[in-house]
Design a protein around this ligand. Structure first.
Ligand code: COA
Length: 329
């Protein structure tokens, strides 16, 4: 029997209409379009506005567009995995809320792996497919990063935006996820985190100290990101005997253009084969890679070798090698 691969058979994305440009940020903090563009590659990001709208709003829109594209009903989906670091609530899972919206009673759960959440989710979906018990899996990466940003902190608020991207995963005998390299290292927790949770319940003291916002030691995280994203991608190339010429496209997590450039350089992949949309959305955490797939889908050809690479809080990092399963019409 041929091996069963987990193939991406459709992609969709959704971003809110409201834009926060570098020039808008110049009015909020002491910064400049020139500084942000040269240090990060970001020009604007999308912000979800509206009372009681959360990450589920982003995810539901992306997943609904995905199902519509494939003419599928929610009831035909076997599993929904939502990669998010900004769930609507402490519990229940955002995936549960997505399922309610699409009329599905499928198993559903969130995974928390920061910016590596989507690649973690793909690796999990691949193993569910290999079990033979799941035929249609939705993996959605979604984050409302504006909900944890301090818009008076120029070190962080310039970096992030809101968005969601979703993929449908189905079994395939020829194309799909070939290999995955996944890692974590919890010693990174002091360098990048949002301190809201059971060890840090919201208190008036915490609010007064403004400790409930996203925190990052940018310089240190930058070094770890460059080292680990590139080494995961390099090890997936080595393990699968892929030369840089064998790779049709690199789809990297979009945190900083300089991290992307360093990763592509270490892999020997030219800029014309690197999918980049950071200028439009900034870092949308769990959503960057599926939003990139959504933006670049038309360029991918059936059988293309794609490499994904991500790094995020935790730390978490990983790389995926897959063979693209379809030509988009
Ligand atoms: N506008 C203008 N100046 C700013 C600024 C801003 N938005 N943010 C920081 N600065 C200042 C700093 O205060 C510092 O000033 P100082 O030298 O007087 O102290 C100076 O610019 C340089 O800061 P530095 O931190 O060295 O900049 P950098 O080149 O490291 O870039 C980041 C900062 C955040 C863009 C970069 O470190 C980064 O991208 N880190 C990793 C981010 C990441 O990937 N996070 C998510 C992981 S998935």
């Amino acid at each position: 029997m041929s091996p069963l691969y987990a193939a991406i058979t459709a992609v969709a994305g959704w971003v809110p209409e409201d834009k926060l440009t570098n020039h808008d940020l110049e009015k909020l903090v002491e910064t400049s379009d020139e500084w942000i563009t040269s240090r990060t590659g970001i020009k604007e990001r999308r912000i979800l506005k509206g009372e009681n709208l959360g990450t589920s709003t982003l995810a539901i829109n992306a997943v609904s567009a995905l199902l519509e594209k494939k003419n599928l009903k929610g009831s035909e989906v076997d599993l929904v995995i939502c990669a998010t670091s900004t769930p609507d609530m402490g519990f229940i899972s955002t995936a549960n809320i997505v399922c309610e919206a699409i009329n599905s009673n499928a198993m559903s759960f969130d995974i928390s792996a920061a910016c590596s959440g989507f690649v973690y989710g793909l690796e999990m979906a691949s193993n569910f497919i290999k079990s033979g018990n799941y035929k249609k899996i939705v993996v959605v990466g979604a984050d409302k990063m504006s909900s944890v940003m301090d818009y008076s902190d120029r070190n962080t608020c310039i970096l992030f935006g809101d968005g969601a991207g979703a993929v449908l995963i189905e079994p395939n005998e020829e194309y799909g996820l070939i290999d995955a390299v996944m890692h974590s290292d919890g010693s990174g927790k002091d360098l990048l985190h949002v301190k809201r949770g059971s060890a840090y319940p919201i208190s008036l003291e915490q609010l007064a100290e403004e400790e409930h916002y996203f925190y990052q030691d940018g310089k240190s995280v930058f070094k770890h990101a460059v080292t680990n994203m590139a080494s995961a991608a390099e090890s997936i190339m080595k393990r699968n005997e892929l030369s840089s010429d064998d790779i049709a496209y690199l789809i990297p997590h979009q945190a900083n253009l300089r991290i992307i450039d360093a990763t592509a350089k270490r892999m020997g992949v030219g800029k014309d084969r690197v999918c980049i949309n950071i200028e439009k959305y900034g870092n949308t955490t769990g959503a960057t890679i599926p939003l990139c797939l959504w933006d670049f889908e038309k360029q991918f050809k059936k059988g293309d070798n794609l490499v994904f690479a991500a790094f995020g809080g935790g730390f978490t990092w990983g790389s995926i090698y897959l063979k693209w399963a379809y030509d988009s019409e």
